[in-house]
Structure formats: C-alpha cells, structure tokens
Design a protein around this ligand. Sequence first.
Ligand code: ZN
Ligand code: ZN
Length: 136
Amino acid sequence: MAELTNCPTCDSIFVKNAFRDVCEKCFKEEEKQYDTVYAFLRKRENRAATIPTIVAQTGVSEDLVHKFVRKGRFNIANFPNLGYPCDKCGSIIKQGKICENCSSTLRADLKTFQNEQKRAIEIREKEKATYYSNKD
Ligand SMILES: [Zn+2]
Ligand SMILES: [Zn+2]
C-alpha cells in the first residue's frame, strides 16, 4: 500500500512501500553503503568482523548496518558476528525481533496474564451460578 511520508533520513516527502522506507535519494545512498559493507565482508579475513569493526572500517553507520542485517541482506550463516539489537533490551540477535531472554520473559508474562484471565472468568462463572441458583 503506497503511503506519503517523510524520509526518516533527510525529511523529504516520498511514497513509502514494502520495499522502500527512505526516499529515492537516500535509498541510492544506502545501496552505495551496502555495497561498501558487502565488499568489506566479502574479504575472507573480514568474515568474522563484529559490527563495531565494520562501522570503524567502512564508515557506514551502525544503524544502517543493523538495518541491512535485519532485512536479511547478508547471509548470516557466513558471518558469525553480524546481528542487530533486540527491540526490548538491545542485545545483538540474528533473527526475529527480540532476543531469547526477552521472549522467555514475554512468554512468562503472557502466561501470568492468561492465568489471571482464567481466574477472572472462573470468578464470573461462579457468580453467575450463584445468581441463577438464588433465582430458583
Ligand atoms: Zn531521504
Ligand atoms: Zn532482549
């Protein structure tokens, strides 16, 4: 779905779509930076480079490197130290939106929530039962 929005990088107005989250000009700029990072990583000795090393060596911003990784632009299996920050705690992850730690916390929270809901329903059912039995 096309949507007019401001480019997050340069603030000019552009049409956002599934493939493009910055304007044409910035997209081209990002692609150039992608090429730089890719050329760097293609060298065998750079395969295990960490993100801070990539940033220092290529001059590409950390956010942009994260973005490329998040979008699956690199074959992560070949680059053991590539990743992007967890949405919740910022630790480096390789897939999904949040790290294992945060997702287990989230699962625990969800369980607590579900248990509370179950209890609330049980209480309501009991009240209903009492109401109907009183009516007879
Ligand atoms: Zn732009
Ligand atoms: Zn996390």
